[in-house]
Design a binder for this molecule. Structure first.
Ligand SMILES: C[S@@+](CC[C@H](N)C(=O)[O-])C[C@H]1O[C@@H](n2cnc3c(N)ncnc32)[C@H](O)[C@@H]1O
Length: 201
């Protein structure tokens, strides 16, 4: 079995996925804080989390927010559904390249640690759809390559995404479908992460 297959099999399970991320980021506090400050949704907002995984980011929203997470991994969806049962949160199995939501159905869409899993041609489908179903704002969280740090390079190899892109590439692709309003980078453990705030067109 190749390292890539082993890594993907392991990280398709909720517990290893969450533990590996905690180690790589040296805890998740900074990431949560940055996202909370950036998103700050108005009460009663409808939020879509595209590729919601184990529901890591659903905890950013209280019950005044109508939260929907979509993902393809049924194990992740079951884990998230049981974690947040009795809250204003639903987790649905849906392919982000073929979403069945109405135009402007959500106030806010989240693409968190998601777009580096896709080639540009897949992203063309996904981002076009996200623009269609989002009324106001889109938030992107992405790893940014660290050039000269060998240890970081080694740990980035643990990420399952094959398309970790430089800032300029991230912005070029997002600009095709959204208006990019702000870009911020911060360091967390061995990762540098970007938060990109966009508006739908
Ligand atoms: C790195 S994980 C990020 C999960 C979550 N956003 C987080 O940061 O914890 C990427 C997620 O995208 C999901 N995914 C991959 N392809 C997808 C697709 N076509 N449609 C919906 N979800 C997909 C995977 O199952 C995985 O849960």
């Amino acid at each position: 079995m190749s390292f890539k297959t082993f890594k993907n099999n392991l990280l398709n399970n909720p517990l290893p996925f969450n533990v590996v991320r905690s180690i790589l980021l040296a805890g998740k506090g900074r990431m949560y804080k940055e996202l909370r400050n950036a998103i700050a949704p108005e009460k009663d907002s409808k939020v879509l989390d595209v590729g919601s995984g184990t529901g890591e980011f659903a905890l950013l929203f209280d019950n005044s927010i109508d939260y929907t997470g979509i993902d393809m991994n049924s194990g992740f969806l079951d884990y998230a559904s049981s974690l947040y049962k009795n809250q204003n949160k639903k987790f649905i199995q849906m392919d982000a390249t073929k979403m069945s939501f109405k135009k402007s159905e959500f106030d806010i869409s989240l693409l968190l640690s998601f777009i580096h899993h896709f080639s540009e041609s897949d992203l063309d489908k996904i981002l076009k759809e996200v623009n269609r179903i989002t009324k106001k704002r889109i938030f992107v969280l992405e790893p940014v390559p660290r050039k000269y740090n060998i240890l970081s390079k080694l740990f980035y190899a643990l990420d399952r995404g094959d398309f970790i892109r430089k800032k300029e590439e991230q912005l070029r692709i997002l600009n095709k479908y959204f208006t990019v309003d702000s870009y911020k980078e911060f360091k967390s453990g061995l990762y540098t992460l970007s938060i990109i705030q966009c508006s739908s067109r």
